[in-house]
Design a binder for this molecule. Structure first.
Ligand SMILES: Cc1cc2nc3c(=O)[nH]c(=O)nc-3n(C[C@H](O)[C@H](O)[C@H](O)COP(=O)(O)OP(=O)(O)OC[C@H]3O[C@@H](n4cnc5c(N)ncnc54)[C@H](O)[C@@H]3O)c2cc1C
Length: 398
């Protein structure tokens, strides 16, 4: 019996890679630490570069049906109320320029669509409650060791184990996630419970402020509103000081427009995600092992492209493994070369935008002037490299 390709991690990247390989009759064993492959239940924006990847997997129509199509991307100043940027996401100019719509989808819905397709493939074996500790390899096989003490063998290993990847830590022991000092709060509210000020918003609305931003968009035929609020944690504030944190948020909200205050009042402050990314890394491949998605190139969410890059990765990697069916090390080296610049650019542009979104004082005034000078054509030009994905990265439907 041929050894399977092992995939560690059942996030969007890992499941998409399992689907892509499984559709080519490659035997796959996916190992996920959670008891259920249970995706985090919040919204995700998916740029026009990503739907072609999902189309290639045969899921384009289904994903579109489950998606909301925002009218625009709107960037507003949370303190003054000024509009800084409006990027239309519908209309002839957008459609002529980009290969697919810009969509917003509940992550659970997208994950479920991918998982349903994977479950139909007899050559893909999904293993939950399996935490991988590390790997070893010989000239013709790889082995992963699990927390339960099991050793599982495969012909190749894909580490899709996210931002805090253990496989990356083994490959690069000195490399660690880069903490930003910001935390995110994510909430989904039924539209009927959303503040009335939000009902007029039909696109992706983002308010930028000094040390924070809030962003929201409708999901599921506008029956829900996805809200993300991100704040810089003041230095000296203990992580356990909930009252201090609440006071800080109240002070921040008091300096904002009424609509921003409405949104912040809806946010669940109990649950926080620390925001971190990774430095661009040239080496994701180690013989028969490769990293994919956030484990290879975790990015800040400024361009809303982390999941998109993981899905593009899955598409490129599948194609390269099909080209080199008996030589995964060769395919993985080519994968790293093919994907490095595009993913590093997402990481670095996202960092630059992080400053744009959170600056204050003179920086914010200059930022406002620069952004307000841009025409729609200028804005589209900024996104062209990202939203028009080359065929080798999953662009053109098969
Ligand atoms: C606030 C916020 C908003 C975002 N918004 C967007 C957006 O709008 N658009 C977008 O494209 N991206 C967005 N992202 C980024 C996106 O969520 C990630 O880039 C994407 O989910 C990465 O997918 P992945 O499969 O690589 O990793 P993950 O989704 O992190 O999956 C990793 C999986 O590996 C499993 N795992 C980890 N370690 C082990 C182990 N040792 N053994 C077995 N299993 C293991 C985990 O349980 C998990 O299931 C956002 C991120 C944040 C924080």
């Amino acid at each position: 019996m041929t050894r399977p390709v092992l995939i560690v991690g059942g996030g969007l990247g890992g499941v998409a890679a399992a689907l892509g390989l499984g559709q080519q009759d490659i035997s796959v064993r996916l190992l996920e630490q959670s008891a259920e492959i249970a995706p985090i239940g919040y919204g995700v924006q998916i740029g026009p570069n990503v739907l072609p990847v999902l189309k290639r997997l045969g899921l384009g129509d289904e994903v579109r049906r489950a998606s909301y199509l925002p009218d625009d991307l709107l960037l507003l100043d949370a303190h003054t109320g000024e509009q800084l940027v409006r990027v239309p996401l519908k209309g002839e100019a957008f459609e002529r320029r980009y290969p697919a719509p810009y969509i917003a989808i509940h992550r659970v819905d997208l994950h479920e669509i991918l998982l349903k397709a994977v479950r139909q493939l007899p050559c893909v074996d999904l293993n939950q409650a399996t935490t991988v500790r590390g790997y070893s390899q010989t000239s013709d096989a790889v082995q992963v060791q699990t927390e339960a003490g099991e050793s599982i063998e495969g012909c190749a290993l894909i580490g899709a184990d996210g931002l805090r990847s253990r496989l990356r830590a083994q490959m690069h022991p000195d490399d660690a996630p880069r903490d930003t000092g910001y935390v995110a709060h994510r909430t989904i509210v039924p539209m009927r419970e959303a503040p009335i000020s939000l009902h007029k918003r039909t696109g992706v609305t983002m308010w930028t402020g000094d040390g924070f931003h809030v962003i929201y968009y409708p999901l599921r035929e506008r029956t829900e509103m996805n809200i993300v609020a991100v704040f810089r944690v003041p230095s000296g504030l203990e992580p356990t000081d909930n009252d201090g944190y609440r006071n800080y948020i109240d002070d921040t909200a008091a300096r904002t427009q009424p609509e921003v205050r409405d949104v912040i009042s809806m946010v669940n402050l109990e649950r926080r995600w620390s925001i971190a990314d990774r430095n661009p890394l040239r080496q994701w491949a180690d013989g028969r092992v490769t990293l994919l998605g956030d484990s290879a190139h975790a990015t800040l969410q400024s361009l809303a492209q982390g999941a998109g890059m993981a899905l593009e990765d899955a598409s490129s990697l599948t194609a390269l493994m099909m080209k080199n069916p008996t030589d995964p090390a060769h395919a993985f080296a080519a994968f790293e070369r093919q994907r490095f610049v595009r993913t590093a650019r997402v990481q670095l542009e996202s960092r630059a935008l992080w400053h744009t979104y959170h600056c204050g004082g003179a920086d914010a005034q200059v930022r406002t002037q620069q952004l307000q000078e841009r025409t729609t054509e200028d804005l589209y030009r900024c996104f062209d490299w990202l939203w028009n994905v080359p065929p080798t990265h999953g662009g053109a439907p098969a």
